[in-house]
Design a binder for this molecule. Structure first.
Ligand SMILES: Cc1cc2nc3c(=O)[nH]c(=O)nc-3n(C[C@H](O)[C@H](O)[C@H](O)COP(=O)(O)OP(=O)(O)OC[C@H]3O[C@@H](n4cnc5c(N)ncnc54)[C@H](O)[C@@H]3O)c2cc1C
Length: 230
């Protein structure tokens, strides 16, 4: 696929848009990932969650943090009109869009990317599914998709976007919550435990930390959906 656009989300994070080739049309689900490789390195493949949703047709978007070989090459070197090889979407990290459900989505850093897709689809379809994102970043400048999430909050009365900062310098004027995501903060969001599903996405350490918090709250494993990036 040909790179259509590259957008800077934060100092170390970019969103890459890949245009579908003529005649390409595929059914996939919001929350799935694609697998990419460079034409000159066919043996080196990496997975990326789609930050665009299943209602976005004609392109894929994914959002990458500069980390490791592939992450650095993508963030530092990719340009519009370049070619990237793409395997079709796969994965089971899918939103449960049933009536009376509440999805509490915890993420750190770039782990928020599939949740943009969750909220985009729910908002465009006018669903009543409640979605709450609890997003942990080092400082306010590390928040990605802030503008879009704030717009989605205005458009969708069932969506809330909450940010907590973990590494602010002393005297930083950030007016919001500080410190890591914890069990008490998750519990505050829960109205009806029976209708709540928990999602966590990102590096293994972060997802395992979130799983630990949910066990602390005594929640069933069937209510948790996780995507571990390694
Ligand atoms: C389902 C799924 C979805 C994903 N979605 C996303 C996404 O949306 N966005 C995203 O950014 N990532 C995502 N990832 C992670 C992504 O696939 C890659 O793992 C990531 O980009 C790093 O790959 P890499 O080849 O660049 O890392 P590698 O080069 O293999 O490095 C892996 C890690 O080891 C460290 N490392 C490498 N060499 C050394 C060394 N010599 N000494 C010490 N440390 C070292 C790197 O810093 C890095 O943290 C996803 C992963 C999965 C499984």
């Amino acid at each position: 696929m040909i790179v259509g656009a590259v957008a800077v989300e934060a100092s170390d994070t970019k969103t890459i848009r890949l245009n579908w080739p003529a005649g390409y049309d595929v059914n996939f689900k919001t929350g799935q990932f694609i697998t990419c490789y460079w034409p000159d390195e066919p043996g080196y493949k990496r997975a990326y969650s789609l930050s665009s949703c299943a209602l976005d047709r004609g392109f894929y978007e994914f959002t990458v943090r500069r980390d490791g070989k592939m992450g650095t090459r993508l963030v530092d070197w990719i340009k519009p009109d370049q070619r990237l090889m793409v395997l079709p979407p796969a994965g089971k990290f899918l939103p449960v869009y049933e009536a009376n459900t509440h999805l509490i989505c915890t993420a750190g850093g770039s782990g928020v990317t599939p949740f943009r897709a969750f909220v985009r689809e729910a908002t465009r379809r006018g669903l009543e599914t409640r979605i709450t994102i609890l997003y942990s970043v080092r400082t306010a400048k590390d928040v990605i998709f802030n503008e879009e999430f704030r717009r989605l909050e205005r458009d969708n009365p069932h969506f809330k976007f909450h940010v907590t900062c973990t590494r602010l310098a002393e005297g930083d004027p950030w007016p919001g919550r500080r410190g890591r995501i914890d069990a008490a903060w998750i519990k505050q969001q829960m109205v009806d435990a029976a209708g709540t599903y928990f999602y966590a996405c990102g590096p293994n350490s972060l997802v395992e930390f979130a799983e630990g918090l949910l066990f602390e709250l005594g929640l069933e494993k069937s209510r948790m959906k996780t995507e571990k990036w390694g």
